[in-house]
Design a protein around this ligand. Structure first.
Ligand SMILES: Nc1ncnc2c1ncn2[C@@H]1O[C@H](COP(=O)(O)OP(=O)(O)OP(=O)(O)O)[C@@H](O)[C@H]1O
Length: 519
């Protein structure tokens, strides 16, 4: 407590004038990088408030809104009951405060910087009994590709009613609990899996555990099946196919789906989730699978089941929450080093992830299991995490800058918030800084500070991000933790921010990577 009081008695960080929110995203995107630098200079020179004294410059900073980010109208429910998490377990909310956002609308409010009392709930580790649990939202994909213009006519039904027979499909109808699918590039052999349980939900998918009915290969015996969730407006039978909104939504969904599948198909790294197979080969062989399938049978929204490697200990956020935080240094170091290896592999292959966050880091083993083989040779042979969720990833050509304003609220970099073209590599390393900070401090860096005043609490996350307004609490007096350097060099301005190679060369990561057999 003293520590915090101490902190608040210090001069406050520079405050930006908050009256510049009219600028549209389009306006902002037309700005050049020179404009951005200029803005950053202005920011540095802007209003500074100290105790009892205010120095105001006439400068204003315009933080654009997310009003015209194109969003998929997906349902916003979250079930954090993935393995390793128990919504019913008693937890001390005071010591761990990684919040979850409540709804899509709330997210946009945050991004629009319209602060409202009680808008953000710090420490929703245990979902209140009267609320359905929800998860941090990814800002949905912005279509950077052209829309599909071809018309899709007639009416449609959701994939739930999909019956393979009406599609000249060679599959048999085994009932809802049996999945028929193919391993990648083995399109001649139809395989069967039986549903075991639901393991997670995202904004765009439900994820289920299936076990093989006819395969003994351990790689495909247990698989995570990521089932595409169609936005509600695509299944509204009255305005199907002909409306431009329908076509636009379908097109955006298709872009995101094919991007994820094409990238996943091309990846091969131990610390990245594997796409093992698919229920229908057309999803990986066609550039417009939804368009093709719906064109063939307009009455059906075709089910898409991605058959993925299964990480039995669930996602990192759920696992940290179930433990009530307090991960040991060596464990954080190991997990983070593997994550860095995964991102380094992506960047080397000209892919940016754009949605790096605790929920997208999957654990192959529980923390207890990892601890139990910590002193055995397997610890160095076996990866413990897999990076998942490539729905927002992008293949970059010749260091091109990105324009799509996407990501998850707490993890987006200031330049994405500003709505200017950004270097996706550096936005990824910013998100890595957020992840590492969260693991060290058991709180997100841009949440209201502990013991925040009502005013501070009402300030939107985006304001704190735009001002680089974060600080150490738990580690404030810890001079020996070499990982701090990574956070300090990633949660910083883009021209000073470390690349993935620099993070990899830091002693915090390198000392681990050098011991791993799979790095
Ligand atoms: N391979 C897997 N093994 C185990 N659990 C998984 C796997 N893939 C996903 N999950 C669980 O399902 C959740 C949702 O998965 P994922 O993030 O891929 O879905 P999404 O719809 O793309 O999510 P988002 O809303 O973040 O875009 C994860 O947070 C995780 O808990």
């Amino acid at each position: 407590m003293d520590e915090y009081n101490n902190i608040y008695s210090q001069p406050k960080t520079p405050r930006l004038k908050q009256d510049g929110f009219q600028g549209s995203a389009d306006d902002q995107q037309e700005k050049t990088s020179t404009d951005v630098n200029e803005e950053e200079k202005q920011k540095a020179a802007s209003t500074v408030v100290t105790k009892g004294e205010t120095h105001t410059t006439p400068l204003t900073v315009s933080i654009p809104t997310f009003e015209n980010v194109q969003t998929l109208p997906t349902p916003m429910t979250y079930t954090p009951l993935s393995p390793g998490n128990s919504a019913t377990s008693p937890m001390d909310q005071s010591s761990l405060s990684i919040p979850k956002r409540r709804s899509h609308a709330r997210l946009l409010d945050d991004m629009l910087s319209i602060a409202q009392p009680n808008q953000r709930v710090v420490s929703e580790l245990v979902a209140p009994a009267n609320l359905s649990p929800q998860r941090v939202l990814s800002l949905p994909t912005v279509a950077e590709e052209a829309l599909i213009n071809d018309s899709v006519d007639s009416d449609s039904r959701t994939g739930e009613n999909y019956s393979p027979e009406c599609d000249d499909d060679p599959t048999e109808n085994y009932g809802d609990d049996v999945l028929q699918g193919y391993l990648l590039d083995h399109w001649d052999q139809l395989l069967l899996w039986r549903k075991v349980k639901h393991i997670g939900s995202g904004n765009f998918s439900n994820v289920l555990l299936y076990e093989s009915m006819d395969q003994s290969d351990p790689k495909v015996r247990e698989v995570a099946v990521k089932r595409l969730k169609y936005p509600e407006e695509l299944s509204n039978i009255d305005q199907i196919n002909t409306s431009s909104r329908y076509k636009e939504t379908l097109s955006r969904l298709e872009n995101s789906l094919t991007r994820e599948l094409q990238v996943l198909k091309s990846l091969n790294h131990p610390c990245i989730v594997k796409l093992l197979g698919i229920n229908n080969p057309i999803f990986v062989t066609s550039k417009k699978p939804l368009h093709d399938l719906i064109g063939k049978n307009p009455r059906i929204l075709p089910p898409c089941d991605m058959i993925m490697s299964y990480c039995s200990a669930g996602d990192l956020l759920a696992a940290v929450m179930a433990r009530n935080g307090g991960l040991e240094f060596w464990l954080i170091q190991r997990i983070f080093a593997e994550l860095v290896l995964a991102v380094k592999y992506l960047h080397r292959n000209s892919i940016i992830h754009r949605d790096l966050k605790l929920e997208n880091v999957l654990l192959k083993y529980t923390f207890d299991d990892i601890n139990s083989f910590k002193n055995s040779p397997i610890y160095y042979k076996q990866n413990v995490i897999e990076l998942a969720d490539f729905g927002l990833c992008k293949r970059i050509e010749n260091n091109e800058m990105c324009t799509a304003r996407c990501g998850s609220e707490d993890y987006v970099s200031p330049e994405i918030l500003m709505g200017v073209p950004y270097d996706g590599h550096l936005s990824d390393t910013w998100a890595l800084g957020v992840i590492l900070y969260s693991l060290f401090e058991d709180r997100l860096p841009f949440d209201p500070p502990p013991n925040a005043s009502v005013r501070q609490r009402n300030r939107a996350t985006s304001h704190r991000i735009a001002r680089f307004d974060w600080r150490w609490y738990r580690l404030s007096n810890n001079e020996t933790n070499v990982g701090k350097k990574i956070v300090e060099n990633t949660l910083t301005r883009k021209n000073q921010r470390w690349s993935i190679s620099e993070i990899c060369e830091s002693s915090f990561v390198k000392t681990i990577v050098d011991t791993l057999d799979f790095s």
